[in-house]
Design a protein around this ligand. Sequence first.
Ligand code: SF4
Length: 298
Amino acid sequence: MSLFNHVEGMHYEGMCIRPPSEANSILLQATTGCSHNKCAFCGSYKDKRFRIKDNDIILSDILYASRYMRRQDRLFIMDGDALIIPYRRLTWIFERIREHLPWVKRIGVYANTKGIKMKSEEELMALKGLGLGIIYMGVETGDDQTLEAIRKGANAQRILDMGLKVKSAGITLSVTVLLGIAGRERSLIHARATGALLTAMDPDYVGALTLMIMPGTPLAGDLSAGRFELPDNVGLLKELREMIASTTLTRGLFFSNHASNYLPVKVRYPEGKEQALTLIDMALQGKVDLRPEWMRAL
Ligand code: SF4
């Protein structure tokens, strides 16, 4: 039994981040921060040291959810890359979720390539059997030069291999890519390389976000020193167009409806591709309104 009283509430620490699609999920914080925490554009966990929380605290939160969150049938494990938790400990967490929250139908986590690499395919399949239904992975770009510049910690081949590993374990794969991340000069190279990577990976969902420079990050320093230039609105639209044109998915959904984007687009591949390209062309001709700057947010 937990040392902590389960009526005291969830033990959230610091800013808690989850994918937009997990807005209605039970949010279980099993780790704090991100084990990588080096990406040049990311300010999400700069205030947190990575650690796995004590089992007592995790169990206390599961017990609290079992009393007060009985209508939520999805659960998301925070923070930045919960899949990094060693397999046996992660299995223990999943088993406690099944034991105390039997109505939860899908468990989701963020994962980076390291966390996926640490798990064998059999372990991923076993976690799927315990409820792991979706993995969210930040791809950002398929361009190796940009991946190195942003200190992502993996090249395109590694990202592709890890995405395919998740898929072959039968787990839904949702990835994010970042418009603007390669700067002005490599914008279209990034778009094409990302399209090629997405095509080879064939994820279930692709979310395209537009880079917003976070104060205090290395990229903000590069921007103010003139080493990095963000494409303008038209450049970002052209980048999005090139990325969608270079991507072929068997049945995946590509969306750029995040609040950071200037033009919300939702493409169901393969049939929606041409329509999306036409919409972007109309926006480039000024026939479709873009989201004003003041309405953009992370
Ligand atoms: S892996 Fe994700 S959470 Fe961690 S630093 Fe990079 S972008 Fe941020």
